[in-house]
Design a protein around this ligand. Structure first.
Ligand code: IPE
Ligand code: IPE
Ligand code: MG
Length: 256
């Protein structure tokens, strides 16, 4: 990180503002444990961190913000925690969508909309998408019952069906991408994970193929606009090459 930051000060090649920021919101349980609270209190505290991130992203001019709210693997948690997370997310949508509309933020969901996700949560997701469909300043995508592998399996199945029916000639990167959960979703520029964990946990494996990864030790309930801005500054100093050659010598190399 230090090397790329110093190179960045000489002019990182990343646009200063990432168009699409994705966040793995992690560390709620540890935040609560450290305070002698139950894990669910950490999830509750994460709500404000999410809204601070929306404010921060809007202030920076980010166009797409995607957050990981519940993974296909999170069903492995205790029934109490799973039940809490389902109900908490439903109540959050009920209570706070008006604020997002006020800020001109469109909401979309990615992930499998099927059991065991309760029908009334799926209905609320659909209503939220409809109610915010006219908003255009930023798109907030919430990954719920999301796993990249199931998304890719579903996309591959749809493509194969379309080939069989004659609707599609051949499967390539473009036709597969067009069958992901939200084909309008652009590639991820900056992927942030909080809480010090350095893994991707089945999040946006296709869309983040060339994302810059930034890991922060901050636990999700403590994440705020300033920490988002710091992550964006780290991103802005990176040299994105997309497989091409570096266009200038790094500070470690002698000047030509
Ligand atoms: C992230 O925090 C929230 C979800 C995965 C739903 P965690 O609940 O994973 O918190 P830790 O990792 O146990 O601290
Ligand atoms: C990833 O966090 C999923 C979400 C943030 C919703 P986890 O806490 O579930 O991931 P692992 O199990 O530590 O990889
Ligand atoms: Mg975790």
């Amino acid at each position: 990180m230090a090397a790329s930051a110093s190179r960045g000060r000489r002019g990182g090649s990343a646009d200063r503002v990432p168009g699409h920021v994705a966040i793995i919101m992690d560390g709620n349980g540890r935040w609560a444990n450290a305070r002698g609270l139950r894990r669910n209190a950490g999830h509750e505290a994460g709500e404000e961190a999410l809204f601070r991130s929306v404010e921060g992203a809007l202030a920076l001019g980010v166009r797409d913000l995607t957050v990981y709210a519940f993974s296909t693997e999170n069903w492995r948690r205790s029934p109490e925690e799973v039940r809490f997370l389902l109900e908490f997310n439903r109540s959050l949508l009920l209570r706070r969508v008006d604020e997002l509309i006020d800020r001109d933020v469109r909401v979309r969901f990615i992930g499998r909309r099927a059991r065991p996700v309760p029908g009334r949560l799926i209905a609320l997701m659909e209503r939220t998408e409809e109610r915010t469909a006219h908003c255009s300043r930023m798109t907030l995508r919430i990954a719920f019952n999301y796993g990249s592998r199931s998304e890719l399996v579903d996309a591959a199945r749809r493509a194969a069906e379309d080939v069989a029916s004659g609707a599609l000639r051949r499967i390539d990167a473009r036709s597969l991408a067009a069958r992901l959960d939200d084909p309008a979703m652009p590639d991820v520029d900056l992927l942030i994970r909080t809480s010090g964990e350095q893994r991707v946990s089945n999040f946006l494996l296709w869309q983040a193929a060339y994302a810059e990864l930034v890991f922060t030790d901050v636990l999700w309930p403590d994440f705020d606009e300033a920490e988002l801005a710091r992550c964006v500054a780290v991103y802005a100093a990176r040299d994105r090459r997309f497989g091409g050659a570096q266009d200038r010598p790094s500070s470690a190399e002698p000047e030509a």
